[in-house]
Each structure stands twice: as C-alpha cells, then as structure tokens.
Design a protein around this ligand. Structure first.
Ligand code: SF4
Length: 325
C-alpha cells in the first residue's frame, strides 16, 4: 500500500582527491594519481560554508594503494577533513575504498557512519574491475565484516544493470543478508542503477525501470526490515519515484546540489520532491547520515553531535536553506 515515511540526507560532497590507483572501466571521476590535486582544508571550509544546511559531509575519495608511500598523507587528509566537518557542526560520512583495521577504527571515531559499495557478484563486475585491484568481491566483503566487528553503522550497495544475472543479484543480496545477521550494522543498502558515462543523461528505459522495480521488491523481501533501501532519485524519472517507493525504497540518500559521480543527472530540488511525494501520500523527512536505530552504537561525543544536528534538521532549516531550491 502506498504511503509512509521516506528519508533523505541534506548533504555536501567533499572530494579529498580524484586521484585513484584503480581504473574502473566506467569511471569518469578518476584522474591519474600523479595529476591529482588534493583538496586543501581552506577549500573544504569554503565549500562547507557555502552549504550551511548540509548536515552530512560525504567524503568521497579516489583511492591510494594500501602500501603506497603516499597512503599516510592521503589518510591524514581524510582524518583532517572529517575533523573539519565535525568542527563545523556537520557529520562526516567517508567512502574512500577499503581501509585497514587501524584506519577504519580511527575514522570510526570521527565519522558517525561510513560506506563502501559491495558492487555485485559475477563475471560482469570482474570485467568492469579488471584494472581495479581494490574492487574484488573478497576485499569488499572483508570491509563489510570489518566494519561490523568495529560496530560502525555502515552503508553499502549494489551497482545494477551492468550485465549481471538475476541469480547473481540474489547471491549478492544473500551475502548482505549474511553480513547483517552476523553484525547488524548495515543501515542502508543502495540500489544504484548503472548509467553509462557521457555528457548527456540517458534516462532509464521503461524495461530498465521494470527490471529495477522487480529487484527492489526482491531486496525488500530478502533484507531484514531495519536495513533501509536507498536509490539515488536523480537517476530515475521524477514521476516514477512513487512507484520506486511502493516497490520498497524508503530512503533517497544524500542529496547534494550536484551528483559528483553522475553529473549529467541533475539532482531534484528537495521541495519539488516533497511536493510530489506528499501528493502521493508519502512524508519526506530529512535525516542525519546515521539512521536513528544506530545512534546508540556511537561513541558519546559523536552521538551528541548527531543529536544536535538532528534537532536542527527537525526544526526545518534544511529545506528552507537549500541553495538549489
Ligand atoms: S575506485 Fe572509484 S574513483 Fe577509483 S576508478 Fe573506481 S569508480 Fe573511479
């Protein structure tokens, strides 16, 4: 039955570096490591100050190889940017590829939640990631387990429509079900339609939409109910969003002014989203980067920060101040 609560996170994306040692075949974000210009603290501060209503600071970074000489400097930047976000009253959420146990534990003290896509299971993913050493299934699964052992509320997800079979989709979802049964820390699973690179957006075709709606419904059946299902609203035709929610999505993720990964797909204005969804019987509410169910998992300092920011969100400034309305 239609109707219910849908959440979203007012978000600003900081890119510590676009330099990446992987070379995923679909990526238009990456620049070679030697050409990368890291984000300075001053630039980061300016970007935060330009978006006062953004509660979440998504730190979305290219990756440095685990044993590379520049790994330490890269990781220090992640810590410094996380600390800067907190100092500005924001909530960092880092997605920077696989981390060592020490690195993840250190960032977990500064980030209320973190994330890493599982991506998917099967030869279609192996082909896309032939030149991406950190994107093996084993490495990604190990990260989900590690985050669980550390008690870090975590967001993961699947990249869909790259040539995977239905059976492989089910296998991927069952892997996530197993992780969640062991640790209980998966707060969100993103079901992300893959879109080809290019200057112009290529909207999902009706058959692609039908296929994804079926997958969303299956994911909702398989995953435990506390796991939020998310999809990026800018990758769907706006008028289809009610059907997406009816299929099982209950979160629209972090919404920034621009989608850094898919810049050809404009973000919907939150107020337009709200009006559409309200007219179809849904409530759209802003949330922090960590869902309430996991607040009790957080170190006391982070929990206080989250509660403070949640009070601000509840008072309504996120929609009123969002600059892209
Ligand atoms: S890991 Fe991310 S940034 Fe690096 S090449 Fe792959 S998609 Fe691009």
């Amino acid at each position: 039955m239609a109707g219910g609560l849908v959440t979203w996170s007012p978000s600003v994306t900081l890119v510590p570096t676009q330099g990446c040692f992987n070379a995923c075949s679909y990526c238009s974000f990456r620049v070679p490591l030697e050409q990368a210009v890291p984000l300075s603290q001053r630039e980061a501060l300016e970007q935060l100050q330009a978006r006062p209503a953004a509660a979440e600071v998504l730190l979305l970074s290219g990756e440095v190889a685990p044993n590379a000489p520049s790994r330490g400097e890269w990781f220090s930047r992640l810590r410094q940017l996380s600390a800067l976000a907190l100092a500005q009253g924001r909530l960092p959420h880092t997605n920077a590829g696989p981390l060592s146990l020490r690195e993840m534990a250190a960032l977990g003290r500064l980030n209320p939640s973190m994330g890493l896509m599982l991506e998917g299971v099967g030869p279609a993913y192996d082909a896309l990631h032939r030149h991406a050493p950190s994107k093996t299934l084993a490495s990604r699964l190990a990260q989900l387990e590690q985050a669980g052992r550390l008690g870090i509320p975590f967001t993961t997800g699947l990249l869909l429509g790259v040539g995977e079979s239905m059976e492989e989709r089910v296998q991927a979802l069952e892997l996530l079900v197993g992780v969640q049964r062991r640790w209980g820390h998966l707060q969100e699973v993103i079901l992300q339609p893959w879109r080809p690179d290019g200057e112009a957006a290529r909207p999902l075709s009706p058959s692609e939409q039908a296929d994804l709606l079926e997958l969303i419904a299956m994911a909702r059946q398989l995953l435990p109910p506390e796991v939020h299902l998310q999809t990026p609203p800018n990758l769907w035709p706006l008028e289809q969003l009610p059907a997406v929610l009816e299929a099982g999505i209950n979160d629209l993720g972090g919404i920034d002014t621009v989608d850094v990964i898919n810049p050809a797909y404009p973000q919907p204005a939150p107020e337009a989203l709200r009006q559409l969804l309200v007219s179809r019987g849904w409530r759209l509410e802003p949330r922090t980067c960590v869902h309430r169910h996991w607040w009790s998992w957080l170190p006391a300092v982070l929990r206080r920060r989250v509660e403070q920011r949640a009070r601000l969100l509840a008072s309504g400034p996120a929609l009123a101040n969002a600059p892209h309305l």
